[in-house]
Design a protein around this ligand. Structure first.
Ligand SMILES: [Fe+2]
Length: 275
């Protein structure tokens, strides 16, 4: 029987007594779904899993999607490779929701640590529900009904500016036009309200002037990532993090160069647009 050990009161829990090389039993799947909704992100240690195990674990929770611009495992288009070292440092250094620029953003991500630096390279997660619940009531009221634009082209603006970037990404840009999402969404399982913005993909808050949009975006993004809403995951080889992409922002800490950090990720599709 698997066990769930909370890492802190707000978010994050470690799952023990579960072998992910074996098919996931229905009862374990239900326990994990429940634990994920409650804790926002689940951690696993010492799981020496194959690519097929990784894919099957993701498939237990929904359909999988590939990434429009990242490399993937041969024969497993759905497993994205996130490999960074001194020659290829990570370009992701902002808190974000994965692919919030999609009409239906992913419900979750499952990241496996394949090559983990001796020090550094942690991942931070913050609770969007706790951050929302702490907002002053007047601000909550004023955010009701507001929307924001999320943009793939905005999210990949640094890559686009690189030599050849526009050519490499044009097809993905064409296939991922800007989308509008509610600024506050309700989690489909827990019914908790969540602030739904991030500095990577949110290009503007609609209905505001440019400076007003920037100010509100900055103040809400700063609010969401205060230490009291954050848990830190220290990777070891064969560790796994499974996050609810609706409930958290996350960010890698890029403090390990020149060491190599190689992670592999599957992204699980959601079934409904944010509302
Ligand atoms: Fe991410």
């Amino acid at each position: 029987m698997l066990t769930i050990k909370k890492e802190n009161a707000i978010l994050g829990a470690t799952v023990e007594n579960l072998d992910l090389t074996a098919p996931l039993q229905e009862t374990d799947k239900r326990e994990l779904s429940k634990a994920l909704a409650e804790n926002h992100v689940l951690f696993f240690r010492d799981q020496v899993i194959s690519h097929k195990n990784h894919r099957d674990f993701g498939l237990a929770f929904g359909t999988l999607q590939s990434h429009p611009s990242y490399p993937s495992i041969d024969g497993h288009r759905e497993i994205t490779i996130l490999k960074n070292d001194a020659e290829n440092p990570s370009k992701i250094d902002e808190w974000h929701t994965d692919m919030s620029c999609r009409p239906i953003p992913p419900m979750g991500g499952i990241l496996v640590g394949r090559i983990v630096p001796d020090t550094g390279g942690d991942t931070l997660f913050s609770s969007l529900a706790a951050a929302y619940e702490d907002l002053p009531e007047a601000l909550k009221k004023s955010l009701e009904g507001m929307t924001a634009t999320h943009s793939f082209a905005f999210g990949f603006r640094d890559s686009l500016a690189e030599p050849g970037g526009r050519e490499r990404l044009q097809d993905a840009i064409n296939k991922n036009p800007d989308v509008v999402h509610p600024l506050v969404r309700t989690h489909p399982v827990t019914r908790r309200k969540l602030i739904f913005l991030n500095r990577i993909f949110t290009s503007k808050i609609n209905g505001l002037s440019k400076p007003e949009s920037k100010d509100l975006l900055n103040s809400l993004c700063d609010h969401m990532v205060q230490d009291k809403y954050v848990c830190r995951f220290k990777w070891r080889q064969n560790s796994i993090a499974f996050w609810d992409n609706r409930s958290v922002l996350h960010v890698p800490v890029n403090d390990y160069l020149p060491a190599l950090r190689r992670m592999e990720r599957v992204v699980i599709s959601d079934t409904q647009a944010p509302a």
